[in-house]
Structure formats: C-alpha cells, structure tokens
Unconditional design. Sequence first.
Length: 146
Amino acid sequence: MPKKGQVLVEMMLILPVFFTIIFGIMELGYIAFQTIVLNHASYEVARIGAMTRTSAVSGMVRTNCEDLKDLMHRMLGAFSDVSCTTEQTGMDAQAGIPTYDLLVTGTNRIKLLFPISSLILAKPPGSGRREISVVMRMPIEQPLQY
C-alpha cells in the first residue's frame, strides 16, 4: 500500500520530464511551420525577382536585391532577411544567350514559444530565438532578342 504523499512525490519527479517532452514536440512543430512559411515566402520573392527585378547590362544579368529585402520584410516581419545572387547555368541553344538562375537565400529569426524547450533549441543557446534559412533557385526570365 502506498505511503502518504508517495503519489505527489512521483508526480513531481515525472511531470517536468513529461512537460519537457510535450513542449519540445510542440516547439518542433512550430519551427517546422515557420520553415514552411519561410520556404513559401522565399519562393515568392525568388519568382518576383526573377520575373521583374532583373536587368541585363552588357550581357550580365543584375538583380536589385534591396527591393527583394523590402518585399521579404513585408511578408515575414523585421527579423527576416534575404540575400540574392545570380548564377550562369548554361547557354540557350536557340537564342544563343547565356541562361541565369536567381539564388535567393531567405533567413528568419523566430522567437521560440516555450521556456524549457527554448533552452535546448535556441541558437545561440539562451537567446530564446532560432535562425532558420532556406535557399531557392529560380530561372531568370529573359525576353528573346531578334
């Protein structure tokens, strides 16, 4: 037969471990959700940048990344950032011009929700935030030149 107070002591030993596991699972779900949101926002920024924010100057393709940063800030908020570069991917045999891809790297510093799990998942440790990043590649649309 259990002694008086045994259940209380057992609960006090098990409850912190149980809550840590539950909050950790919820925090990982939140990080996954934020990664999906960042992935979609980076895709949209790359698509818009590849279609409208590029210009061909002396055969090289240039991208205005500042407009894309403003767009990412409007989508995700102040802790988001975007960097972009162009990369030549080959030659278009029909047009005889090089083809380029726009590489967009989107980052977002998210605030973690639960104090216990943020001690484990935060980067840098103890900051309560975690930086996530994704890279999108989008072919740059170039009009045909006759």
